[in-house]
Design a protein. Structure first.
Length: 139
């Protein structure tokens, strides 16, 4: 079969996109690459896009370049993880505290990886994770 090169976009649905955008810009230093009423696409590092959609704002097809993006939406708390270097784990822990972001849980995984779990303004569960959590990420 053809090869998959990785995950390009991660999307969350937000009740308050401007507040969510401000959170991810302030806490993680992301910058907006595009913004419309229903979407903000944030630069989450080379080759990675973190998209915030207005909840309910994509339930109809969206015309683009002579075609369309099919409808989609989400509800309830969702989960995502950002990869971090093992050597920056303690710095991230301190940074979250400095930004007033409560750490909900920490996990030391059997293969050596570590995770910090937190909530964003919409209640989504975010994770900062070092390598050593999944068998395909032991670098």
């Amino acid at each position: 079969m053809p090869t998959i090169n990785g995950v390009l976009e991660t999307c969350l649905y937000s009740d308050d996109v401007p507040a969510a955008r401000a959170f991810y810009e302030r806490v993680f230093g992301f910058t907006a690459m595009t913004e419309e009423d229903r979407i903000v696409a944030l630069d989450a590092g080379p080759g990675h896009v973190f998209i915030l959609f207005a909840r309910g704002g994509t339930t109809e097809p969206v015309p683009v370049f002579g075609s369309f993006i099919p409808p989609h939406d989400g509800s309830g708390p969702q989960h995502f993880a950002f990869a971090i270097d093992a050597g920056s784990y303690d710095a991230w822990k301190a940074h979250l505290a400095d930004e007033g972001v409560a750490i909900e849980s920490e996990v030391a995984w059997p293969e050596g990886g570590k995770s910090l779990y937190f909530r964003d303004p919409d209640g989504h569960l975010g994770e900062l994770a070092t390598s050593g959590i999944w068998p395909n990420d032991q670098g």
